[in-house]
Design a protein around this ligand. Structure first.
Ligand code: UDP
Length: 400
Protein backbone atom coordinates (compact mmCIF):
# COMPACT_ATOMS: atom_id res chain seq x y z
CA UNK A 1 0.00 0.00 0.00
CA UNK A 2 2.69 2.48 0.95
CA UNK A 3 4.40 3.81 -2.13
CA UNK A 4 7.77 5.45 -2.35
CA UNK A 5 8.94 7.25 -5.42
CA UNK A 6 12.26 5.37 -5.31
CA UNK A 7 10.37 2.14 -5.99
CA UNK A 8 9.59 3.41 -9.50
CA UNK A 9 13.25 3.52 -10.52
CA UNK A 10 13.74 1.11 -13.39
CA UNK A 11 10.07 1.39 -14.37
CA UNK A 12 10.11 5.06 -15.34
CA UNK A 13 13.29 6.86 -16.36
CA UNK A 14 15.55 8.63 -13.86
CA UNK A 15 14.79 11.99 -15.40
CA UNK A 16 11.10 11.67 -14.47
CA UNK A 17 12.03 10.87 -10.87
CA UNK A 18 14.46 13.78 -10.66
CA UNK A 19 11.88 16.18 -12.15
CA UNK A 20 9.30 15.08 -9.57
CA UNK A 21 11.69 15.80 -6.69
CA UNK A 22 12.67 19.18 -8.13
CA UNK A 23 9.07 20.26 -8.67
CA UNK A 24 7.86 18.97 -5.30
CA UNK A 25 10.46 20.80 -3.22
CA UNK A 26 8.63 24.06 -3.62
CA UNK A 27 5.57 22.64 -1.82
CA UNK A 28 7.27 21.04 1.17
CA UNK A 29 5.40 23.26 3.62
CA UNK A 30 2.03 22.84 1.90
CA UNK A 31 -0.86 20.82 3.20
CA UNK A 32 -3.41 19.60 0.69
CA UNK A 33 -6.45 17.34 0.81
CA UNK A 34 -8.29 15.13 -1.69
CA UNK A 35 -12.01 14.49 -1.14
CA UNK A 36 -14.08 11.83 -2.90
CA UNK A 37 -16.93 9.54 -1.90
CA UNK A 38 -15.59 6.01 -1.87
CA UNK A 39 -12.41 4.37 -0.67
CA UNK A 40 -12.84 1.36 -2.92
CA UNK A 41 -14.38 0.39 -6.23
CA UNK A 42 -13.91 2.39 -9.40
CA UNK A 43 -11.05 4.25 -10.91
CA UNK A 44 -10.94 7.27 -8.61
CA UNK A 45 -10.34 5.27 -5.44
CA UNK A 46 -7.77 3.28 -7.39
CA UNK A 47 -5.78 6.38 -8.34
CA UNK A 48 -6.05 8.07 -4.93
CA UNK A 49 -4.78 4.99 -3.10
CA UNK A 50 -1.41 5.34 -4.82
CA UNK A 51 -1.30 9.07 -5.46
CA UNK A 52 -1.92 10.19 -1.87
CA UNK A 53 0.87 7.93 -0.67
CA UNK A 54 3.28 9.23 -3.31
CA UNK A 55 2.46 12.90 -2.68
CA UNK A 56 3.36 12.38 0.97
CA UNK A 57 6.52 10.56 -0.02
CA UNK A 58 7.76 13.55 -2.02
CA UNK A 59 7.20 15.80 0.97
CA UNK A 60 3.73 17.31 0.49
CA UNK A 61 1.39 16.83 3.48
CA UNK A 62 -1.51 15.20 1.67
CA UNK A 63 -4.72 13.97 3.26
CA UNK A 64 -7.70 12.04 1.89
CA UNK A 65 -11.27 12.42 3.18
CA UNK A 66 -14.28 10.36 2.13
CA UNK A 67 -17.66 12.08 1.94
CA UNK A 68 -20.15 10.32 4.14
CA UNK A 69 -23.45 9.45 2.41
CA UNK A 70 -26.62 7.37 2.82
CA UNK A 71 -28.25 5.05 0.24
CA UNK A 72 -30.65 7.79 -0.88
CA UNK A 73 -27.79 10.26 -1.28
CA UNK A 74 -25.84 7.79 -3.42
CA UNK A 75 -28.86 6.86 -5.48
CA UNK A 76 -29.30 10.57 -6.32
CA UNK A 77 -25.63 11.11 -7.08
CA UNK A 78 -25.67 8.02 -9.29
CA UNK A 79 -28.54 9.61 -11.22
CA UNK A 80 -26.45 12.77 -11.49
CA UNK A 81 -23.52 10.70 -12.70
CA UNK A 82 -25.71 9.08 -15.38
CA UNK A 83 -27.19 12.45 -16.41
CA UNK A 84 -23.73 13.99 -16.68
CA UNK A 85 -23.02 11.19 -19.14
CA UNK A 86 -26.12 12.15 -21.14
CA UNK A 87 -29.16 10.49 -19.47
CA UNK A 88 -32.43 12.25 -18.73
CA UNK A 89 -33.09 13.26 -15.14
CA UNK A 90 -36.05 14.47 -13.17
CA UNK A 91 -34.26 17.14 -11.17
CA UNK A 92 -36.67 17.61 -8.28
CA UNK A 93 -36.23 19.91 -5.29
CA UNK A 94 -36.02 16.92 -3.00
CA UNK A 95 -33.05 15.55 -4.96
CA UNK A 96 -31.28 18.89 -4.70
CA UNK A 97 -32.04 19.14 -0.99
CA UNK A 98 -30.70 15.69 -0.14
CA UNK A 99 -27.63 16.25 -2.29
CA UNK A 100 -26.82 19.57 -0.65
CA UNK A 101 -27.77 18.54 2.86
CA UNK A 102 -25.31 15.66 3.03
CA UNK A 103 -22.58 17.95 1.83
CA UNK A 104 -23.48 20.57 4.41
CA UNK A 105 -23.57 17.94 7.14
CA UNK A 106 -20.14 16.59 6.19
CA UNK A 107 -18.74 20.13 6.15
CA UNK A 108 -19.88 20.63 9.76
CA UNK A 109 -17.58 17.94 11.09
CA UNK A 110 -14.77 17.97 8.54
CA UNK A 111 -12.65 21.04 9.07
CA UNK A 112 -10.44 22.02 6.20
CA UNK A 113 -7.44 24.18 7.01
CA UNK A 114 -5.45 23.01 4.02
CA UNK A 115 -3.63 25.12 1.46
CA UNK A 116 -5.46 23.40 -1.39
CA UNK A 117 -8.62 21.29 -1.62
CA UNK A 118 -9.08 18.85 -4.50
CA UNK A 119 -12.64 17.53 -4.88
CA UNK A 120 -13.25 14.46 -7.05
CA UNK A 121 -16.47 13.90 -9.01
CA UNK A 122 -20.01 15.21 -8.45
CA UNK A 123 -20.80 13.72 -5.02
CA UNK A 124 -18.74 16.18 -2.93
CA UNK A 125 -18.96 19.03 -5.46
CA UNK A 126 -21.29 21.25 -3.32
CA UNK A 127 -18.98 21.12 -0.29
CA UNK A 128 -17.36 24.34 -1.39
CA UNK A 129 -20.55 26.22 -0.60
CA UNK A 130 -20.33 25.27 3.07
CA UNK A 131 -16.85 26.52 3.88
CA UNK A 132 -15.32 29.92 4.25
CA UNK A 133 -13.12 29.64 1.21
CA UNK A 134 -9.62 30.33 2.45
CA UNK A 135 -7.69 28.43 -0.18
CA UNK A 136 -7.91 27.40 -3.83
CA UNK A 137 -10.35 24.61 -4.64
CA UNK A 138 -10.00 22.33 -7.67
CA UNK A 139 -12.80 20.14 -9.04
CA UNK A 140 -11.46 16.98 -10.70
CA UNK A 141 -14.31 15.46 -12.69
CA UNK A 142 -13.64 11.90 -13.86
CA UNK A 143 -16.88 11.25 -15.76
CA UNK A 144 -17.55 11.52 -19.49
CA UNK A 145 -18.73 15.12 -19.92
CA UNK A 146 -19.05 15.08 -23.71
CA UNK A 147 -22.81 15.77 -23.57
CA UNK A 148 -24.03 16.48 -20.03
CA UNK A 149 -27.73 16.90 -19.39
CA UNK A 150 -28.16 20.71 -19.74
CA UNK A 151 -30.53 21.19 -16.80
CA UNK A 152 -28.31 19.29 -14.41
CA UNK A 153 -25.20 21.05 -15.70
CA UNK A 154 -26.79 24.47 -15.09
CA UNK A 155 -27.62 23.44 -11.54
CA UNK A 156 -24.14 22.03 -10.82
CA UNK A 157 -22.59 25.14 -12.31
CA UNK A 158 -23.75 27.11 -9.28
CA UNK A 159 -21.13 25.13 -7.32
CA UNK A 160 -18.54 24.84 -10.08
CA UNK A 161 -18.34 28.63 -10.51
CA UNK A 162 -16.93 28.86 -6.98
CA UNK A 163 -13.92 26.70 -7.93
CA UNK A 164 -10.52 27.95 -9.04
CA UNK A 165 -9.96 25.20 -11.57
CA UNK A 166 -11.76 22.30 -13.23
CA UNK A 167 -9.87 19.22 -14.42
CA UNK A 168 -11.46 16.77 -16.87
CA UNK A 169 -10.20 13.54 -18.46
CA UNK A 170 -10.42 14.46 -22.14
CA UNK A 171 -10.14 17.52 -24.38
CA UNK A 172 -13.75 17.17 -25.58
CA UNK A 173 -15.10 17.12 -21.99
CA UNK A 174 -14.22 20.80 -21.59
CA UNK A 175 -17.38 22.90 -21.32
CA UNK A 176 -18.33 25.99 -23.28
CA UNK A 177 -19.58 28.97 -21.33
CA UNK A 178 -17.68 28.05 -18.20
CA UNK A 179 -15.47 30.92 -17.08
CA UNK A 180 -13.37 28.66 -14.83
CA UNK A 181 -9.90 27.60 -15.94
CA UNK A 182 -10.25 24.07 -17.44
CA UNK A 183 -7.43 21.55 -17.69
CA UNK A 184 -7.16 18.01 -19.04
CA UNK A 185 -5.49 15.21 -17.08
CA UNK A 186 -5.42 11.69 -18.41
CA UNK A 187 -5.79 9.16 -15.61
CA UNK A 188 -3.00 6.69 -14.93
CA UNK A 189 -2.32 3.28 -13.41
CA UNK A 190 0.15 2.26 -10.75
CA UNK A 191 2.56 -0.39 -12.08
CA UNK A 192 3.43 -1.40 -8.51
CA UNK A 193 -0.06 -1.97 -7.20
CA UNK A 194 -1.24 -5.50 -6.44
CA UNK A 195 -3.38 -5.16 -9.54
CA UNK A 196 -0.55 -4.36 -11.92
CA UNK A 197 2.69 -5.78 -10.56
CA UNK A 198 4.06 -8.87 -12.33
CA UNK A 199 2.70 -12.12 -10.87
CA UNK A 200 4.46 -15.43 -11.14
CA UNK A 201 2.73 -18.37 -12.79
CA UNK A 202 2.16 -20.25 -9.51
CA UNK A 203 0.24 -17.35 -7.98
CA UNK A 204 -1.82 -16.85 -11.12
CA UNK A 205 -2.73 -20.54 -11.17
CA UNK A 206 -3.59 -20.50 -7.49
CA UNK A 207 -5.95 -17.55 -7.84
CA UNK A 208 -7.68 -18.82 -10.94
CA UNK A 209 -8.23 -22.16 -9.26
CA UNK A 210 -9.48 -20.56 -6.06
CA UNK A 211 -12.15 -18.66 -7.99
CA UNK A 212 -13.14 -21.64 -10.13
CA UNK A 213 -11.73 -20.50 -13.46
CA UNK A 214 -10.45 -23.36 -15.63
CA UNK A 215 -7.78 -22.53 -18.18
CA UNK A 216 -8.32 -25.37 -20.65
CA UNK A 217 -9.91 -22.93 -23.13
CA UNK A 218 -8.86 -19.39 -24.08
CA UNK A 219 -10.26 -16.79 -21.71
CA UNK A 220 -11.98 -13.60 -22.74
CA UNK A 221 -12.52 -11.12 -19.93
CA UNK A 222 -14.17 -7.86 -19.12
CA UNK A 223 -13.25 -6.46 -15.71
CA UNK A 224 -15.78 -3.76 -14.85
CA UNK A 225 -18.36 -2.74 -12.30
CA UNK A 226 -21.81 -4.17 -13.13
CA UNK A 227 -23.03 -0.92 -14.60
CA UNK A 228 -25.19 -0.24 -17.63
CA UNK A 229 -22.49 1.97 -19.17
CA UNK A 230 -20.08 -0.97 -19.10
CA UNK A 231 -22.66 -3.03 -21.02
CA UNK A 232 -22.07 -6.51 -19.55
CA UNK A 233 -25.14 -7.75 -21.43
CA UNK A 234 -23.58 -6.58 -24.70
CA UNK A 235 -20.40 -8.48 -23.82
CA UNK A 236 -22.45 -11.66 -23.44
CA UNK A 237 -23.92 -11.17 -26.92
CA UNK A 238 -20.41 -10.68 -28.33
CA UNK A 239 -19.27 -13.83 -26.58
CA UNK A 240 -22.16 -15.87 -28.01
CA UNK A 241 -21.08 -14.89 -31.54
CA UNK A 242 -17.40 -15.60 -30.85
CA UNK A 243 -18.27 -18.97 -29.41
CA UNK A 244 -19.82 -20.05 -32.72
CA UNK A 245 -16.32 -19.90 -34.24
CA UNK A 246 -13.84 -20.48 -31.43
CA UNK A 247 -14.31 -22.51 -28.26
CA UNK A 248 -13.51 -20.20 -25.37
CA UNK A 249 -14.71 -18.93 -21.99
CA UNK A 250 -15.92 -15.55 -20.82
CA UNK A 251 -15.17 -14.18 -17.38
CA UNK A 252 -17.10 -11.11 -16.30
CA UNK A 253 -15.56 -9.79 -13.13
CA UNK A 254 -17.12 -6.82 -11.40
CA UNK A 255 -16.83 -5.33 -7.97
CA UNK A 256 -19.28 -2.95 -6.30
CA UNK A 257 -18.38 0.64 -5.63
CA UNK A 258 -19.84 1.76 -2.30
CA UNK A 259 -21.18 4.88 -4.03
CA UNK A 260 -22.97 2.92 -6.80
CA UNK A 261 -26.37 1.51 -5.77
CA UNK A 262 -27.36 0.26 -9.27
CA UNK A 263 -24.78 -2.52 -9.45
CA UNK A 264 -26.68 -5.23 -7.61
CA UNK A 265 -29.69 -5.01 -9.94
CA UNK A 266 -27.58 -5.21 -13.06
CA UNK A 267 -25.62 -8.12 -11.63
CA UNK A 268 -28.84 -10.03 -10.97
CA UNK A 269 -29.99 -9.45 -14.55
CA UNK A 270 -26.69 -10.77 -15.86
CA UNK A 271 -26.99 -13.85 -13.59
CA UNK A 272 -30.42 -14.60 -15.09
CA UNK A 273 -29.08 -14.29 -18.63
CA UNK A 274 -26.08 -16.54 -18.10
CA UNK A 275 -27.26 -19.22 -15.68
CA UNK A 276 -27.52 -21.89 -18.40
CA UNK A 277 -24.16 -21.21 -19.99
CA UNK A 278 -21.31 -23.06 -18.30
CA UNK A 279 -18.72 -21.16 -20.30
CA UNK A 280 -19.62 -17.82 -18.78
CA UNK A 281 -18.18 -17.22 -15.35
CA UNK A 282 -19.42 -14.33 -13.24
CA UNK A 283 -17.35 -13.05 -10.37
CA UNK A 284 -18.28 -10.38 -7.90
CA UNK A 285 -15.29 -9.86 -5.67
CA UNK A 286 -13.02 -7.12 -4.46
CA UNK A 287 -9.72 -8.75 -5.12
CA UNK A 288 -6.84 -6.99 -6.83
CA UNK A 289 -4.67 -10.06 -7.28
CA UNK A 290 -7.55 -11.88 -8.94
CA UNK A 291 -8.03 -8.94 -11.33
CA UNK A 292 -4.31 -9.01 -12.05
CA UNK A 293 -4.37 -12.79 -12.63
CA UNK A 294 -7.33 -12.47 -14.99
CA UNK A 295 -5.84 -9.59 -16.93
CA UNK A 296 -2.52 -11.42 -17.15
CA UNK A 297 -4.10 -14.63 -18.44
CA UNK A 298 -6.80 -13.42 -20.81
CA UNK A 299 -6.33 -14.22 -24.49
CA UNK A 300 -8.41 -11.13 -25.26
CA UNK A 301 -9.59 -8.33 -22.98
CA UNK A 302 -12.85 -6.63 -23.91
CA UNK A 303 -14.01 -3.21 -22.75
CA UNK A 304 -17.41 -2.76 -24.30
CA UNK A 305 -18.38 0.50 -22.60
CA UNK A 306 -21.17 2.65 -23.99
CA UNK A 307 -19.69 5.65 -22.20
CA UNK A 308 -16.36 5.81 -20.45
CA UNK A 309 -14.69 8.68 -18.61
CA UNK A 310 -11.30 7.11 -19.28
CA UNK A 311 -11.34 3.37 -18.62
CA UNK A 312 -8.38 2.44 -16.45
CA UNK A 313 -9.03 -1.22 -17.12
CA UNK A 314 -7.81 -0.69 -20.67
CA UNK A 315 -4.41 0.61 -19.58
CA UNK A 316 -4.23 -2.14 -16.96
CA UNK A 317 -4.65 -4.78 -19.67
CA UNK A 318 -2.26 -3.11 -22.11
CA UNK A 319 0.36 -2.83 -19.37
CA UNK A 320 0.16 -6.62 -19.10
CA UNK A 321 0.67 -6.88 -22.87
CA UNK A 322 -2.85 -8.12 -23.50
CA UNK A 323 -4.63 -7.54 -26.82
CA UNK A 324 -7.69 -5.36 -26.22
CA UNK A 325 -10.91 -4.93 -28.18
CA UNK A 326 -12.71 -1.87 -26.88
CA UNK A 327 -15.38 0.70 -27.67
CA UNK A 328 -14.46 3.84 -29.47
CA UNK A 329 -15.81 6.08 -26.69
CA UNK A 330 -14.57 8.48 -24.02
CA UNK A 331 -10.95 8.02 -23.04
CA UNK A 332 -10.55 4.60 -24.64
CA UNK A 333 -9.18 5.82 -28.03
CA UNK A 334 -6.38 7.59 -26.16
CA UNK A 335 -5.24 4.19 -25.01
CA UNK A 336 -6.23 1.90 -27.85
CA UNK A 337 -4.77 3.10 -31.11
CA UNK A 338 -6.74 1.06 -33.61
CA UNK A 339 -4.61 -1.61 -35.27
CA UNK A 340 -1.53 -0.65 -33.23
CA UNK A 341 -2.25 -1.18 -29.53
CA UNK A 342 -5.55 -3.05 -29.93
CA UNK A 343 -8.80 -2.75 -31.88
CA UNK A 344 -11.48 -0.08 -31.57
CA UNK A 345 -15.10 -0.86 -32.42
CA UNK A 346 -18.19 1.36 -32.34
CA UNK A 347 -19.93 0.66 -29.00
CA UNK A 348 -23.13 -0.90 -30.39
CA UNK A 349 -21.49 -2.95 -33.12
CA UNK A 350 -21.79 -6.43 -31.58
CA UNK A 351 -20.77 -8.35 -34.75
CA UNK A 352 -17.83 -5.94 -35.15
CA UNK A 353 -16.65 -6.73 -31.63
CA UNK A 354 -17.02 -10.47 -32.22
CA UNK A 355 -15.07 -10.28 -35.48
CA UNK A 356 -12.07 -8.58 -33.84
CA UNK A 357 -12.08 -10.97 -30.89
CA UNK A 358 -12.13 -13.94 -33.28
CA UNK A 359 -9.25 -12.45 -35.28
CA UNK A 360 -7.15 -12.13 -32.12
CA UNK A 361 -7.97 -15.64 -30.96
CA UNK A 362 -6.98 -17.04 -34.35
CA UNK A 363 -3.86 -14.92 -34.83
CA UNK A 364 -1.70 -15.13 -31.70
CA UNK A 365 1.22 -13.36 -33.37
CA UNK A 366 -0.91 -10.32 -34.11
CA UNK A 367 -2.31 -10.46 -30.58
CA UNK A 368 1.19 -10.49 -29.16
CA UNK A 369 2.31 -7.59 -31.31
CA UNK A 370 -0.63 -5.39 -30.30
CA UNK A 371 -0.08 -6.29 -26.64
CA UNK A 372 3.61 -5.37 -26.77
CA UNK A 373 2.85 -2.04 -28.45
CA UNK A 374 0.23 -1.43 -25.77
CA UNK A 375 2.75 -1.87 -22.99
CA UNK A 376 5.09 0.71 -24.56
CA UNK A 377 2.20 3.16 -25.04
CA UNK A 378 1.10 2.88 -21.40
CA UNK A 379 4.65 3.20 -20.12
CA UNK A 380 5.05 6.44 -22.02
CA UNK A 381 1.70 8.00 -21.18
CA UNK A 382 -0.36 6.42 -18.43
CA UNK A 383 1.75 5.61 -15.38
CA UNK A 384 1.03 7.17 -11.97
CA UNK A 385 4.24 9.23 -11.95
CA UNK A 386 2.66 11.28 -14.72
CA UNK A 387 -0.38 12.04 -12.54
CA UNK A 388 1.95 13.18 -9.79
CA UNK A 389 3.62 15.58 -12.23
CA UNK A 390 0.20 16.80 -13.36
CA UNK A 391 -0.81 17.65 -9.78
CA UNK A 392 2.51 19.39 -9.16
CA UNK A 393 1.68 21.58 -12.16
CA UNK A 394 -1.77 22.30 -10.73
CA UNK A 395 -0.23 23.32 -7.40
CA UNK A 396 2.16 25.58 -9.20
CA UNK A 397 -0.69 27.27 -10.95
CA UNK A 398 -3.17 27.71 -8.11
CA UNK A 399 -0.85 28.25 -5.15
CA UNK A 400 1.30 31.03 -6.61
N1 UDP B 1 -12.00 -3.11 -10.76
C1 UDP B 1 -11.68 -4.06 -9.78
N2 UDP B 1 -12.43 -5.16 -9.66
C2 UDP B 1 -13.49 -5.39 -10.44
C3 UDP B 1 -13.84 -4.44 -11.43
C4 UDP B 1 -13.06 -3.29 -11.57
O1 UDP B 1 -10.70 -3.88 -9.05
O2 UDP B 1 -14.14 -6.42 -10.26
C5 UDP B 1 -11.12 -1.94 -10.93
C6 UDP B 1 -10.43 -1.93 -12.28
O3 UDP B 1 -9.36 -2.84 -12.29
C7 UDP B 1 -10.05 -0.47 -12.39
C8 UDP B 1 -11.20 0.24 -11.69
O4 UDP B 1 -11.83 -0.73 -10.85
O5 UDP B 1 -8.84 -0.22 -11.71
C9 UDP B 1 -12.21 0.75 -12.69
O6 UDP B 1 -11.76 1.91 -13.30
P1 UDP B 1 -12.29 2.38 -14.71
O7 UDP B 1 -11.66 3.70 -15.01
O8 UDP B 1 -12.05 1.30 -15.72
O9 UDP B 1 -13.87 2.51 -14.55
P2 UDP B 1 -14.82 3.20 -13.44
O10 UDP B 1 -15.26 2.08 -12.55
O11 UDP B 1 -14.03 4.26 -12.74
O12 UDP B 1 -15.95 3.74 -14.26
Amino acid sequence: MIRRIDDYRGIVDDETIHTIFMKARKFSNKHIVHINSTYQGGGVAEILTSLVSLMNDVGIFTGWRILYGSPDFFSITKKFHNALQGDQINLTNIKREIYEEYNEYFARFTHLNHDLVIVHDPQPLPLIKYYRKRQPWVWRCHVDLSSPNPELWEYLKSFILRYDMVIVSNENYKQNNLPVSQHVHYPTIDPLSAKNKPLNKTIIKKYLKKFGIPTDKPLITQISRFDKWKDPEGVIKVFELVKQEVDCRLVLCGNMATDDPEGQKIYERVVQKTKNNKDIILIMEENNILVNALQSTASVVIQKSLREGFGLTVSEALWKRRPVVASNVGGIPLQVIDGKTGFLVEPNDIPGFAKKVITLLKEPKLAQELGSNGRVHVKKNFLITRSLLDYLEVMNEVLY
